[in-house]
Design a protein around this ligand. Structure first.
Ligand code: CDP
Length: 228
């Protein structure tokens, strides 16, 4: 078999489209590093809440982002659930609550917070052989990525998936409320001035509504093979 080229793979899309599950599985299959950039925005949000920082005070939030030493730990072979740490504290599950999900989007719209995290993401991805998921990977962070996927699904389907995720964490939620929260977050992420969520130039839209996770992963791996 011909030598496989080392790729940089960007997976963007709205909340609950399945980006993290799919990105993680693609990384595992290719033995690539997986970088969950949403977890970095969530980690800053966690620290803001924990320290009682006023989320409307952009300078204070930016200072918090600067002080956040974020570590994303995944096994070298990409297996297992990636763990997230901030300043040495494990926050893997603590950043998945509804409180954090609802606050992360306004904080992510602050340009100075983004520039701190985007710098870190570019450094982490510099070695190649990496899958990143987020909102602006193919548009802003790594516009020269070899593969750019825009993963999406209807908001109803995404709300149903999010409900299941929360139930696994032991959090009760109402489907209609979750749907409203997801649509509000999509709107905020897509209409913000800095790095809005949109399909990148050269991006391939993958609608996951009627596809299983395995089918989505297969599709992305096929797109990657075509690049080799
Ligand atoms: O898992 P889910 O799709 O719900 O969200 P996430 O990937 O954990 O990202 C949480 C939030 O962080 C998003 O709603 C965005 O506001 C923000 N985010 C961003 O602005 N840029 C990224 N590259 C990743 C996340």
């Amino acid at each position: 078999m011909a030598e496989q080229r080392e790729l940089v793979i960007a997976i963007d899309g709205p909340a609950g489209a399945g980006k993290s599950t799919v990105a993680q599985m693609v990384a595992q299959k290719l033995k690539y590093l997986y970088l969950d950039t949403g977890a970095m925005y969530r980690a800053v949000t966690y620290l803001v809440v924990k320290r009682g920082v006023n989320p409307d005070d952009e300078d204070a939030v930016t200072e918090t982002a600067r002080q956040a030493d974020i570590e994303l730990k995944c096994n070298v072979d990409g297996s297992g659930k990636p763990r997230v740490f901030v300043n040495g504290e494990e926050i893997t599950d603590k950043i998945r609550t509804r409180e954090i999900s609802n606050l992360v989007s306004p904080l992510s719209a602050i340009a100075s917070v983004r520039s701190i995290l985007v710098d870190q993401q570019r450094k982490l991805a510099a070695g190649g052989k990496v899958v990143l998921d987020g909102r602006d990977i193919g548009t802003v962070v790594l516009p020269n990525a070899d593969v750019k996927i825009f993963l999406t699904a209807s908001s109803e389907e995404r709300a149903r998936r999010r409900l299941k995720d929360l139930e696994k964490l032991g959090e009760k939620a109402d489907l209609q409320e979750l749907l409203a929260e997801i649509e509000a977050r999509d709107k905020r992420d897509s209409t913000r001035d800095v790095a809005p969520l949109k399909v990148a130039d050269g991006g391939i839209v993958v609608d996951t509504d009627s596809l299983t996770i395995e089918q989505v992963v297969g599709k992305i791996l096929d797109i990657c093979s075509a690049k080799n």
